[in-house]
Design a protein around this ligand. Structure first.
Ligand code: DON
Length: 576
């Protein structure tokens, strides 16, 4: 008996120790990899809304650890590069609108640039025809990535946490230890398997023998190492040294044009936002090379005198007014917009009230207008819903609205083995040839022609809205050409049509982008009766599954933060 008691006395602490070690090991191995999705959250200390629960939680942890919205925005983007590889990235680019707690708003442009040996006709064959998919698939489609420079610059200017590496560490852990993929991600990986194999002659972590399924663990060792180098050495780890050299040699092997010189020459740029005044609100969005701020301003300017708020968003006249304003704004986009550092764009004139009134003067309340381009254009394939938006507000009232992208699903599909990341296919956002539509059916002209070092025109519209001088809305979305109308619609749903932010994000969406001359809409956006009325007015209708994935934060008068993650995806709101 005595022997047994002594035995138990010595063994129990050992057993306890062993169990603790196992618990800690399991916890760190699968740290927060399964989180129940939260679509709507309310809090006063901080809110992070992103396309992935793990990324939202990373952002929230940074806020809880004393970081501000800028710190959280950086950490979230690194995390998304791991857990949301189809759009989160270090091989792409993006835009941030930032409003600090004093109310000052600025924007950061870390959009990709055309490589130094890019040329205007680089995607045309000898007959002057655009070579099919060459600006979309393979390394020739890639612009110089801007994300790492942008994140480093965000932290340098606005970061509160001194230690940069702390912002990269959560992403390193997720890449090294792995995370459980969602059903949606499994489907995307399976759908892209052939392309991954076609464009990569080496093993990549996204291809395995059996199809991916929900809950599978995805580990990314090379990406973890790349992120470790970025954590230790900052942006130089990406733009110089081994990463630059390996990208350069990969590009040579695949007949691309990206070189070490391109990476060395890249820098992110702070720009003034475009500020559009509408009713009681100031709407802050991106300036060129994003078309977002200008296009949203033009639409708001054209509808201002015509919208009848009390009739609501499903009213035929309100729909008609918004659609016709969109048609005209998208025609101006195609004609005038491009990178202002390379081409003179008449921004003030395009946003001038008198100009906008005259632009809308041919509006016929009874029938649809017409979109005419001399040469016929083909229908676009609005194939993917990639790109991703992040909305963050911290406890001090700083707000970050960030949209980032590889353009298409997993960019150009080329994965850089040394650094473990996909390269973008952002070159497709240039106008390869005037009048020929890109992936999103957008056409362009001289203003958006390819030139070395130039940034391609974007639709990404990260937005922050003030109402009577106070922070009111932080929002944005993916969706290519549909991004501006999506952001506009959520704003109008709240501001003109009196919806709460949840209803505003949920409401069915629709848009018109001049060409093709049709209304693209989610099936539940337009009732059969409305569809009939619109057809009778001369509109062509094109229903699609879904438009946009909005991440939004609404700040009420008591400064309470209402985060809403779009129900259309795995998007998640983390409040504190
Ligand atoms: O910058 C742009 O406008 C595009 N590259 C965005 C692509 C996008 O939103 C893809 N998702 N649907």
């Amino acid at each position: 008996m005595v022997i047994k008691t002594t035995w138990v006395r010595y063994l129990m602490p050992l057993v306890f120790l062993l169990i603790s070690v196992i618990v800690v090991l399991v916890y760190t191995q699968f740290e927060k990899t399964d989180i129940a999705i939260v679509k709507s959250s309310q809090s006063s200390k901080g809110m992070v809304v992103t396309a992935h629960p793990l990324a939202s939680e990373v952002g929230l942890d940074i806020l809880k650890g004393g970081g501000n919205a800028a710190d959280a925005a950086v950490a979230v983007q690194f995390a998304l590069a791991v857990v949301y590889p189809r759009a989160g990235n270090i091989g792409g680019g993006g835009f941030m609108v930032y409003r600090d707690s004093s109310g000052e708003v600025t924007t950061l442009d870390y959009r990709e640039k055309a490589p130094l040996s890019a040329s205007r006709d680089m995607y045309l064959d000898t007959n002057g025809k655009v070579i099919d998919r060459i600006s979309l698939d393979g390394i020739l489609a890639a612009g110089i990535p801007g994300t790492v420079a942008g994140l480093f610059e965000t932290h340098r200017k606005y970061g509160k946490l001194k230690d940069w590496s702390k912002l990269v560490e959560p992403a390193i852990r997720l890449a090294a230890n792995g995370f459980h993929i969602s059903a949606l991600e499994a489907r995307r990986l399976n759908d892209n398997r052939d392309a991954f194999i076609k464009f990569n002659s080496y093993e990549i972590p996204f291809v395995k023998n059996k199809p991916w399924k929900e809950g599978d663990l995805l580990k990314q060792k090379a990406l973890a190492n790349m992120l470790r180098a970025i954590a230790d050495h900052g942006a130089d780890a990406f733009y110089k040294g081994q990463n630059a050299a390996s990208l350069d040699s990969l590009s040579r092997v695949h007949h691309g044009i990206l070189t070490i010189k391109d990476l060395e020459a890249y820098s992110a740029v702070w720009r003034k936002p475009i500020v559009n005044h509408w009713r009681d609100c100031e709407v802050y969005s991106m300036a060129l090379p994003s078309s977002g701020g200008i296009v949203i301003g033009q639409i708001l300017g054209m509808i201002d005198q015509h919208l009848q708020d009390s009739l609501g968003y499903r009213n035929i006249q309100n729909l008609h007014v918004i659609l016709e304003a969109e048609r005209r704004a998208y025609e101006d986009r195609a004609t005038y917009l491009g990178d202002q550092d390379f081409y003179q764009v008449p921004v003030d004139s395009l946003l001038d009230k008198t100009y906008l009134a005259s632009r809308f003067a041919d509006f016929n309340p009874d029938s649809a207008g017409r979109s005419i381009l001399p040469k016929a254009t083909s229908r676009p394939g609005l194939e993917s819903l990639e790109t991703t938006h992040i909305s963050i507000v911290d406890g001090e009232g700083n707000a970050a609205s960030v949209t980032t992208t590889l353009n298409n699903n997993y960019g150009c599909k080329v994965w850089v083995p040394w650094g473990g990341y996909f390269l973008n296919d952002e070159m497709d956002d240039f106008s390869s040839k005037p009048g020929t539509p890109n992936l999103f059916g957008l056409v362009g002209a001289e203003a958006n022609a390819i030139a070395p070092g130039k940034r391609m025109l974007s639709s990404m519209t990260p937005t922050i809205v003030e109402k009577q001088g106070r922070l009111y809305l932080v929002l944005g979305s993916p969706g290519g050409s549909s991004i501006v109308p999506t952001v506009l619609q959520v704003f109008l749903n709240v501001e003109a049509f009196g919806m709460n932010i949840e209803e505003a994000v949920k409401a069915g969406r629709y848009f018109h982008q001049w060409l093709p001359d049709e209304i693209t809409f989610e099936k539940d956006a337009l009732s059969p009766a409305l569809q009939d009325s619109l057809s009778q007015m001369g509109y062509h209708l094109h229903p699609i599954e879904l438009i946009g994935l909005v991440e939004a934060i609404y700040v009420d008068e008591a400064n309470s933060l209402h985060g809403v993650a779009d129900h259309r995806g795995d998007d998640h709101a983390s409040g504190w």
